[in-house]
Design a protein around this ligand. Structure first.
Ligand code: F6R
Length: 606
């Protein structure tokens, strides 16, 4: 999704803005631009396509004079990805430039009004109304103009603004779209994402909805909707620059797959003491849980599939009914949610618009909310009654890997923790030991599958891949198929293995390889019969199973393995060979693995 950067200091702004925009490339975009102020005029450079083109156009920024500016990567919503629609947008008098993330819902009526008042529109975007409103309301006081402008807007917006009448100043406004200030020495920054800031400073201020900021080289003022100055806390970001760089790997995705043992360990280990799981951040007691009649999990995409996997452990260990709903569906379902519901919200970015909307809907119905989030200080983390952070570190590849596995790991831990609080598990020690084993088991799943690369060569030309499995294996199949689709563009579908014979088996023939997940000994025989069914219709079968599963060895054509682990917690390990398979298939297909087409890392529009 769109990205914003802003800089004011004594150095030339454009190279810094371009470098910041490159750090945001991973979020997905289709055009980019910068606006830099010098000698009371603003120069704008924009282009369709990659930032590399903008760098070519501006000599890596060195051709653009000025030490104050804003930049943007756009992911088209209103209007095609063209140079005209790319941000920054200028006011008609050329005194103001703005960049915008989010959607202005009432832009059509504002556009009509502004057109009638004589303002000329150069783009099809919703954003352009904002810069004309600022021009209309500016009477020598930028803060006043921003307050008047934002009073007219409905929707979501993070804004970066510069004005030739206010040299050396950059303005940031936040409403339902993230914006973070980077506190430097003799220079200050803002960005929509902390990854654009960490190479300059790790001291940041998180803006809240309804707040705006005025930054100069040596001052930062943050104000509320009425213009009253607010004292804001400076937070130290724990991520370092290396964590957001490739570190010798060809792709972020591969690096992040390999980082999973460490990420899962960082998520689990600090929360285990004396053979028990503790969530100090939860502050929950038996009394809080006693009245919970059901748990509802909501999320989007892979985070939703993490919920599908975690649900089994929660129901099995806590004996509380668990429903799982796509966030984009839940809010329109008039959901049966009340104060006896615990809503678990899962989101790597903490900024997914559909998830936020579903969460707000459920909160309004009285649900207690618990968020599982990776990005510290994100909107979902702040909205929730309780927040558990997954300590995965920055995830840059668009396709989530360590984000997903750490989410599932937290759900596993929650199931042990709740079960203990409710007094259900007599002895949780074996579960806690199994949790502690997970980082090592993930490492083994990486090490024991050297065949994944040759298998990718074998299967990458297939027209489609079917992923099948039962129970927890089915939940992992869903995520495995999504990984395959989104980065390799190979059509992949996941089916509950028992459902094949109810329709889908009609598609199976010698041209449709089947990836069969068979990691749970208790239901292995059932999946085995599905493997035999598809084999007898000519399909080649690549089975993912536990070591020494001789029955599968004799039936499947190819094999991937996981080490022996407790099947209740196996999803975080099972997914790893499938992530690697998707990665190498995408590589064989020559795909842009870290930035798949049409996708964005953080989906901040509904
Ligand atoms: C797939 C993927 C997406 C996200 C989904 C939710 O690899 O990354 O499906 O899982 O967009 O994003 P978050 O977790 O940030 O809410």
């Amino acid at each position: 999704m769109c990205g914003i950067v802003g800089f004011t200091g004594v150095q030339q702004a454009a190279p810094i803005l371009l470098e910041g925009l490159k750090k945001l490339e991973y979020r997905g975009y289709d055009s980019a631009g910068i606006a830099v102020m010098s000698d009371r005029s603003i120069s704008v450079n924009k282009c369709k396509g990659r930032i590399a083109r903008l760098c070519e156009k501006t000599g890596d920024g060195t051709d653009v004079k000025g030490t104050t500016g804003i930049g943007h990567t756009r992911w088209a919503t209103h209007g095609a990805p063209t140079e005209e629609n790319a941000h920054p947008h200028l006011s008609n008098d050329g005194r103001f430039a703005i960049v915008h993330n989010g959607i202005i819902e009432n832009y059509l009526s504002l556009r009509e009004e502004l057109t009638a008042d004589g303002y000329r529109f150069e783009s099809e975007t919703d954003t352009e109304v904002i810069v004309h409103l600022i021009e209309m309301y500016y009477r020598g006081d930028m803060r006043d103009a921003l307050i008047r402008t934002t009073n007219r807007l409905s929707g979501s917006y993070a804004l970066g603004v510069i004005c030739t009448e206010e040299p050396g100043k950059i303005y940031a406004v936040r409403e339902a779209s993230p914006l973070i200030i980077g506190v430097g020495a003799g220079e200050n920054y803002f960005a929509s994402d902390v990854t654009a800031l960490v190479s300059h400073t790790r001291n940041v201020i998180y803006l809240e909805d309804g707040e705006f900021a005025e930054l100069s080289t040596d001052s930062i003022g943050v104000f509320d909707v009425l213009g009253h100055e607010i004292n804001k806390k400076i937070t130290r970001v724990m991520w370092d620059v290396q964590a957001a760089e490739k570190g010798g790997y060809e792709h972020f995705m591969l690096k992040e797959i390999i980082e999973q043992p460490a990420a899962v360990k960082a998520t689990i280990a600090p929360r285990i003491r004396d053979g028990k799981v503790f969530f100090e951040e939860l502050d929950m007691s038996y009394d809080d849980l006693r009245d919970i009649r059901k748990i509802v999990i909501t999320a989007c995409g892979s985070a939703y599939y993490a919920g599908c996997s975690g649900r089994y452990a929660l129901e099995r260990l806590c004996r509380i009914p668990v429903e799982i709903e796509l966030a984009s569906e839940l809010r329109y379902n008039n959901p049966l949610i009340d104060e006896h519901t615990l809503l678990i919200v899962i989101s790597q970015s903490g900024e997914t618009a559909d998830t936020i909307a579903a969460m707000r809907e459920c909160k309004a119905r009285g649900a207690s909310t618990l968020a599982i989030v990776n990005v510290v200080g994100s909107t979902i983390a702040k909205l929730a009654d309780h927040t558990i952070y997954t300590w995965a570190g920055p995830e840059i590849a668009v396709a989530t890997t360590k984000g997903y596995t750490t989410q599932v790991a937290v759900l596993y831990m929650l199931s042990v923790y709740f079960s203990d609080l409710l007094g259900i598990t007599e002895d949780e020690k074996p579960y806690v030991r199994a949790l502690q084993e997970l980082p090592r088991a993930i490492q083994q799943a990486i090490d024991m599958n050297p065949s994944v690369r040759p298998l990718a060569k074998k299967y990458h030309r297939s027209s489609a891949l079917f992923f099948i499995g039962r129970n927890t294996d089915y939940a992992v199949a869903l995520e495995g198929a999504l990984k395959m689709k989104e980065i390799s563009y190979l059509h992949a579908e996941a089916y509950a293995a028992g459902e094949l014979k109810h329709g889908t088996i009609a598609l199976i023939d010698e041209h449709q390889p089947v990836i069969a997940l068979c990691c749970n000994p208790a239901i292995m025989e059932k999946t085995l019969s599905n493997i035999v069914e598809v084999k007898s219709r000519g399909a080649e079968v690549l089975a993912l199973t536990f070591r020494n599963n001789h029955k599968i060895l004799s039936v499947a054509d190819d094999l991937l393995f996981i080490p022996d682990i407790d099947p209740v917690f196996s999803a975080v390990v099972e997914i790893v060979p499938l992530q690697l398979l998707a990665y190498y298939v995408a590589k064989e297909n020559g795909c842009d693995i870290d930035k798949p087409k049409n996708l964005a890392k953080s989906v901040t529009v509904e």
